[in-house]
Design a protein. Sequence first.
Length: 279
Amino acid sequence: MAPARPRPRLLYVTDPTYPARGRRYGDEDVRLASRLRADFDLTLCHPRDAAARLDGFDAVVVRNSGPVMTYPDAYDAFRERATETGKPVYNPLTGRGDMAGKGYLLELGTAGRPVIPTVDRAEDLHLLPPADRYVVKPRLGADSTGLRVVAADAVRELVVGSVLVQPYIDFAYEVSFYFVDHDIQYALYAPDPGRRWRLEPYEATPRDLEFARGFVDWNTLDHGIQRVDACRAPDGGLLLVELEDLNPYLSLDALDAASRESFASAMTASLHGFLRAAG
């Protein structure tokens, strides 16, 4: 009898101690990693240690590792080491969304895509819709760190450095669409705009899915997990808030057991395909 094939060895990057507001990173990753162990040999690793731990693994899976701005040197070292060695990273490091900073909002807006209007220069403020308040946030920000809501008469003086400016939109709710590779898995929304992470299942319409899938297709990642965050604007349409393609929190605790298992099965199949393609 032929010897059994060795199980793929994955370095699973996570920071379960990161104090995420309204989310329990550790619980989600422990449960998901436990499920993935049915198919893979997993070793959990803090993001600050990832660059030094790459050897001996078939691939790296970046999950709830926290905002990289809290460990920029370690993250840069990880990317450089993975690129130099050709180590496969899931999600691939070629993402065009939040993985590369929020400049994609400018690019997509210029291309006429349905995103929240965004500029990054004081001389372009006139291109934004008139508003009483504006949102100013770092181009490389995450988890609302550094985000400010300011009055219209104060916004110009804040457009310095690497920041983005958007009109403050009185949206009805936020909704997130969760994809594995290019396949929608589920959608969740926050009925109360003041409670971003109090999520409930959302029945996406065909038009909603067309909206979300357009951004996933634009990102050109063949494998990986993406979360498309949007808001329901006053005119009833959806506007992109964020395309999270680095380490999107999945809110699996908001799903029933069958939906969690369906997601884990989809991720397992995606990882097998990713490893074959990288092979």
